[in-house]
Design a protein around this ligand. Sequence first.
Ligand code: SAH
Length: 280
Amino acid sequence: MATNQMFNYGERVLLLDKKRRRYLVELVEGGEFHSHAGFVPHADVVAVVEGTVVRSTHGAEYTVLRPTLEDFVLEMPRGAQVIYPKDLAPICVLADISPGVKVLESGVGSGALSMTMLRWGADITGYEIREDFANRAKANVVSFLGEEVLDRYNVKIGDAYKGIDPADGPFDRVVLDLPEPWNVVPHAEKVLRPGGILVAYTPSITQAAQTREQMKGRWLDTRTIEVLHRGWHIDGQAVRPDHRMVAHTGFLTAGRFLGKGEKRQQEEAEAAEAADLHDD
Ligand code: SAH
């Protein structure tokens, strides 16, 4: 995507007003963006480069920008509650997301985490129990990243608590945002490569504790963190933390799967063989 390029119909743009209110607008032929101060014809937006100020029929000014991932996540249409930008980047680092890494994600909700990991290069299989959310996530992901990304984004309708189809794996990573991640841990162990990573986002610490309990023994380097993000007000000599902050979103629990290891696999194979002989 080249910068300084004009906008196209079908694209989403960010309109910023003087009070820094933000509006995400999908440009359609003949469309109009309506506000308290009349409207801006979409045709006026298509004709300009990024950074231009356009004027509504009653004189309100809007700066036209391409939305960043952060803008898009905060303003896009939602079904389920999204994971906020402050947690999205740490999840990608904890899960060590990189180009070509194969990820199982569940649930996909509104697609905020999906589009972040896809942008970091992941190849995602999503398990989502609700078809309407799966469709919403796919539409959001395509709207931000384009149709081509669907080659790396396969959302299935399914209940991750019931199991992960081995044919979908093996996976390098399992990334969870659903109410009972501990129910997915045993399934993750069947489809994760040894050394693979699981990350679970949970609003409550008891969910994190129960997940950690389920990971005991077979997982290495397990940890649970929260990310605190405090903005600062900076205006000349008036420099201080913002009065308000989002004090809580969720906890991030991560661990590396030990797998079975060659020795244990061999022992199991030998035990199975011995049992077979015994049956005969
Ligand atoms: N991370 C997403 C939000 C996920 S919200 C985002 O950033 O946009 C949690 C999602 O998990 C919901 O869409 C819900 O339908 C789904 N879900 C809940 N239980 C599930 C299960 N057992 N299997 C698959 N998906 C499930």
